[in-house]
Design a protein around this ligand. Structure first.
Ligand code: SF4
Length: 389
């Protein structure tokens, strides 16, 4: 019966399916507690931890869990690719994490799990079930590993043999009695590529992610991005695939950049039209545009080795951010102008400071102005042949 279920799952386009028992996840419970104590993950209530680690809380009487993985490559069943504007030839744009480049995987995977659950009820008439995709209480990765879908990579993601970690995970908790699958052998070996590739050092040790430093999280957190991480975010608009791109178990694939000018200037309706079907839309337009300003400053500085002379177009885009009605946009535009520099940036920042009423934005502008003044002094000193002697 299990083989029939698996064959049907494959016909639905699922990359892998396995079965786990519905026993509580005791080891993961300990890990959650110790990660909280060391400050690596946000605090959870005791009840929340129990709900995450106890399948019985998702479905009273649960006996088995069918775990599933869906590839988020759009040409392998992961839904339709978004139509996003590309930058002009030769111009660096922004990056969107692969899972968010297609239709929202929650919807794609849930639809398939609904079909699989209907099939399950044909095999086990009267079986009860509960479907979860990411937003449910259970720990998707723990379920997937116990169901033999893959192993925990050192970056904390589940690596499915033949698919790598480019997969979305979900599960069906059921009271149908299914025979559990055996776990898969860990094949990371001595590799440490993902730890070395993390732009902020969030992967402090194997299997240990400091979520406060993780760029994928930072790019989705509303409000101000801590300044210490803004340069390290590079040109990421949403999410971060750095630790996955280097993994030898993942197929290497370069996605096209997204035009940063287009993102910065997107109105509400065009934003919904462009991103509304994707997971990238869930944090809203302001978060994406905030990231685009940071990315524009970073790529401008990377391409032009003279921070005092940014390309005119980038400068104008950043300066226009200072006039935005959202403080978070004005604040990050100020930082971005401070990063790229130039006379016009100084003039725009000083003019805005005189009119700015938001204390957070005022602080960002003052810091940017001070940074540029220090750089100007340094340049002047060099031109005059000055030195410390
Ligand atoms: Fe494991 Fe290396 Fe992949 Fe990291 S990059 S998950 S260590 S195989």
């Amino acid at each position: 019966m299990k083989q029939e279920l698996k064959a049907y799952a494959r016909s639905l386009g699922l990359a892998a399916v396995g079965v786990s028992s519905a026993e509580p996840f005791w080891r993961e419970r300990q890990l959650l507690l110790s990660r909280q104590q060391s400050g690596f993950s946000p605090p959870l209530s005791e009840d929340e931890i129990e709900r995450r680690c106890t399948p019985e809380r998702s479905l009273p009487g649960a006996r088995s869990i069918l775990a599933a993985a869906l590839s988020y490559f759009t040409d392998r069943g992961g839904g339709e690719e978004l139509q996003l504007a590309r930058p002009p030839e030769g111009v660096r744009g922004g990056r969107i994490a692969r899972y968010a480049r297609g239709r929202d995987y929650h919807a794609e995977l849930r639809e398939r799990l609904e079909h699989l659950a209907s099939f399950l009820r044909e095999v086990f008439p009267g079986a009860r079930y509960a479907i979860q995709v990411d937003t449910g209480p259970l720990l998707d990765r723990a379920v997937a590993v116990r169901a033999g879908l893959g192993w925990y990579g050192k970056n904390g993601l589940v690596i499915v043999p033949g698919e790598g970690s480019w997969v979305a995970l979900g599960e069906i908790v059921t009271d149908a009695p299914l025979e559990p699958d055996a776990p898969v052998q860990d094949s990371c070996g001595n590799c440490r590529r993902c730890l070395e590739a993390c732009p902020t050092g969030a992967l402090e040790a194997p299997y240990t992610v400091d979520t406060k430093r993780c760029v994928a999280r930072l790019s989705q957190t509303r409000g101000y991005i801590p300044q210490e991480f803004r340069v390290a975010m590079g040109n990421r608009l949403f999410g971060c695939d750095a630790c996955q791109e280097v993994c030898p178990h993942n197929c290497p694939r370069e996605d096209p950049d997204v035009d940063l000018a287009w993102v910065i200037e997107l109105g509400r309706t065009p934003f919904r039209e462009a991103f509304g079907e994707s997971a990238a839309a869930w944090r809203g337009r302001a978060t994406m545009q905030r990231n685009a300003l940071v990315a524009l400053a970073n790529v401008t500085c990377a391409e032009v080795p003279f921070p005092g002379r940014p390309p005119v177009e980038a400068e104008q885009l950043l300066a226009s951010g200072l006039q935005d009605d959202r403080p978070v946009i004005r604040g990050h535009a100020a930082w971005a102008l401070g990063r790229t520099g130039g006379w016009n940036a100084r003039i725009a920042l000083r003019a805005r400071l005189a009119a700015e009423g938001d204390p957070g934005v005022q602080g960002e502008i003052r810091q940017a102005v001070r940074k540029l003044a220090r750089e100007e002094e340094g340049t002047l000193g060099e031109e005059l042949g000055g030195g410390t002697g």
